[in-house]
Design a protein around this ligand. Structure first.
Ligand code: UT7
Length: 325
């Protein structure tokens, strides 16, 4: 059995509003609000890196769990915007936190589903051997994205979220995780340049291709609604629960319209769907763990609550998790 022993979340101080973006690209608050629901997002300071954000969230989660770094047995970091090309962010984090020489690895490239996928991996690892696993979702997208392409830049923000999983009967039991991938849809959301097929070179540098996200927004939208809602339905079937028993659904926060459509498909009232996209935008792998931490901190989750996390990401990946507080 796997329990969540501690929660952590962190966003940088710098606020970037829609009006701030309107000064840099051809956009306005009205378009961004109507199409996405986003009003502002946080961007890391120039001297912060992915590791700094991850460490803040991880330290909070360990403190919340009442554990020291020496008591962590494994580290998983979900990110698409790592500290370095190689090695992975988890290696840097292990050293920064002062953990023992325990296994540490990244789940990278799975877009915004990475953290919930990591919960699935961690849960399986705990079946082999009970241990305390630190899981972090972190993104510093503002550093790597194009600041010139209005179709993408207004959507994203920087953040980190973390949990510590353990075998002790803690505050929240991870009841089940479902996950899946449809690799036939890689082309609807992909940053191709920088890999071996399209290496980073002088040409991609000059054209800006190394920062260009190919995104078919409408197809991503449709897939996101379908996969996130179906994943929750699968969870409910596996755990023999009904949607009426779910106190809060925490979906990936890419777009308020996607979140509303998922709530509608699940037939769950709006007050039982967590929404913070207006304050932070899409923070990739950090979105779900940060929202989980924030929901707990602000009293939206109470003892006894059944909470469903659900996420989608480039791949096309999806994953959902049921947590009994
Ligand atoms: O991890 C990333 C996950 N990505 C997603 O979840 C994206 C899912 N999709 C969406 O959220 C929506 O499709 C978007 C928010 C990206 C776009 O909304 P939409 O209602 O699908 O708009 P659209 O793509 O049909 O674009 C409509 C218009 C276009 O102009 P024309 O061709 O109609 O003249 C765009 O050029 O809006 C224009 N546009 C903008 N206008 C003002 C695109 N970006 C902007 C902008 N400001 N920032």
């Amino acid at each position: 059995m796997a329990f969540i022993l501690g929660f952590g979340g962190y966003v940088p101080d710098r606020i970037m509003t829609n009006d701030d973006w309107a000064e840099l690209v051809d956009t306005d608050d009205e378009w961004i609000t109507a199409r996405t629901g986003i009003k502002e997002r946080r961007f890391a300071a120039d001297d912060q890196s992915t590791l700094d954000l991850a460490a803040h969230a991880a330290e909070k989660a360990m403190e919340d769990a009442g554990l020291t770094a020496a008591e962590i047995d494994e580290i998983i970091v979900a990110t698409d915007t790592p500290e370095a090309y190689t090695p992975d962010t988890a290696s840097f984090l292990q050293h920064r936190l002062g953990c023992r020489e325990v296994p540490a690895y990244d789940l990278g490239g799975s877009g915004c589903a990475g953290f919930v996928q990591a919960l699935d991996v961690a849960r399986a690892r705990m079946l082999l051997q009970p241990k305390r696993i630190l899981i972090v979702g972190v993104e510093l997208i503002s550093r790597l994205m194009s600041w010139k392409d209005r179709s993408f830049c207004v959507l994203f923000g920087d953040a980190a979220g973390a949990v510590v999983l353990g075998p002790e009967d803690g505050r929240a039991e991870l009841l089940d995780v479902v996950a899946g991938t449809d690799g036939s849809k890689t082309e609807i959301l992909t940053l191709k340049t920088g890999g071996t097929r399209y290496p980073f070179n002088a040409e991609s540098l000059a054209s800006g291709a190394y920062q260009h996200l190919d995104m078919d927004g409408r197809r991503v939208f449709r897939e996101a609604v379908h996969r996130m809602s179906t994943a929750v339905e699968d969870l409910l079937e596996n755990t023999q629960r009904t949607i009426d028993e779910v106190a809060l659904v925490i979906p990936h926060q890419a777009n308020k319209r996607i979140i509303d459509a998922v709530g509608h498909k699940l037939a769950i009232p709006e007050e039982r769907v967590y929404i913070n996209v207006q304050d932070y935008g899409n923070t990739g792998s950090a979105t779900v763990p940060f929202a989980l931490w924030e929901a707990k901190e602000t009293g939206r989750i109470r003892p006894g609550d059944l909470v469903a996390l659900t996420a989608f990401g480039a791949g096309f990946h999806w994953a959902a998790a049921a947590i009994q507080f």
